[in-house]
Design a binder for this molecule. Structure first.
Ligand SMILES: NC[C@H]1CCC[C@@H](CNc2ccc(C(N)=O)cn2)C1
Length: 254
């Protein structure tokens, strides 16, 4: 999958290009992450990418021209990587508090794109004419404001990359994680057997895989009910999970 990020701070993206599972995905050429700096598309000696806002007010606004050239170049590069460069297959996504809130389900939907061009804003914002002309979708991480769109862009790329096929050693681990089946994650334990006077739940040492799976599911259910009643309300169990829920309800009655 192809990712182009338009940002005046390309060095920031070393964080996902050089470490962990996303770094390995880049090394193994399962994903390509290209950083495109709008400053490279300026024509003046000061390489200006921002100007004072029309109508006055504090701060600076990012100019449309350099960003439009950077996006057009990103589209060319995406095409070279074999992407179908249209909004259905390789959208221009603007990271902004005004966008659609990212969720695990929208992340999974994005894994079907050929690529994405991520626009990272700074300052007070980006000239509206650039946004209306080039942006296909605005995405928000949540209702808070950061100094730039780079961290949200990295969060988006990380969440999409981990859901691509053959990225996580064991695809099931990505699927069993929080939110994937609509429930929060279960607790995890590893060596040593005892820590701070606390042992490991016996069932996990039993080697009885069916009981372990049931215990983990029960933990997911109780955690979701207590910590995220909103998620619990929306939860629709699979046939298998419905059976386990019934068994849990019976066990609780005893
Ligand atoms: N007017 C502020 C605005 C100007 C343009 C650039 C953005 C970058 N900051 C962001 C981006 C996204 C999010 C989020 N919630 O996903 C939060 N913060 C900030």
């Amino acid at each position: 999958m192809y990712f182009a990020v338009i940002s005046i701070f390309p060095e920031m993206f070393a964080t996902i290009r050089e470490f962990g599972i996303t770094g390995r995905a880049v090394t193994q050429e399962q994903v390509t992450i290209e950083c495109i700096n709008p400053r490279d598309y300026t024509t003046d000696n000061y390489r200006r990418i921002d100007e004072r806002p029309y109508g006055g007010g504090p701060g600076m606004v990012m100019m449309a021209e350099p960003l439009s050239k950077a996006i057009e170049d990103a589209r060319l590069r995406a095409k070279e990587y074999g992407c179908r460069v249209d909004s259905e297959h390789c959208p221009v996504i603007y990271m902004s508090p005004q966008g659609q809130t990212l969720s695990e389900s929208s992340v999974v939907g994005m894994t079907y794109y050929d690529g994405m061009i991520l626009l990272c804003g700074r300052y007070e914002g980006i000239d509206e004419r650039l946004l209306s002309q080039y942006v296909d979708m605005e995405v928000s991480l949540g209702d808070y404001v950061l100094t730039g769109g780079e961290l949200p862009a990295m969060v988006l790329m990380d969440s999409v990359i981990r859901r691509l096929p053959d990225i996580m050693g064991d695809d099931k681990s990505a699927e069993q994680d929080s939110f994937v089946d609509g429930l929060l994650d279960c607790p995890h334990y590893t060596k040593p057997h005892e820590f701070a006077g606390m042992a490991v739940p016996e069932v996990l040492l039993s080697g009885h895989h069916a009981n372990i799976a049931k215990w983990r599911f029960a933990q997911q259910v109780s955690r979701t009910q207590t910590r995220r009643p909103d998620l619990w309300q929306a939860f629709t169990p699979t046939v298998e999970q419905a059976k386990w829920l019934e068994a849990l309800a019976k066990a609780d009655k005893k």
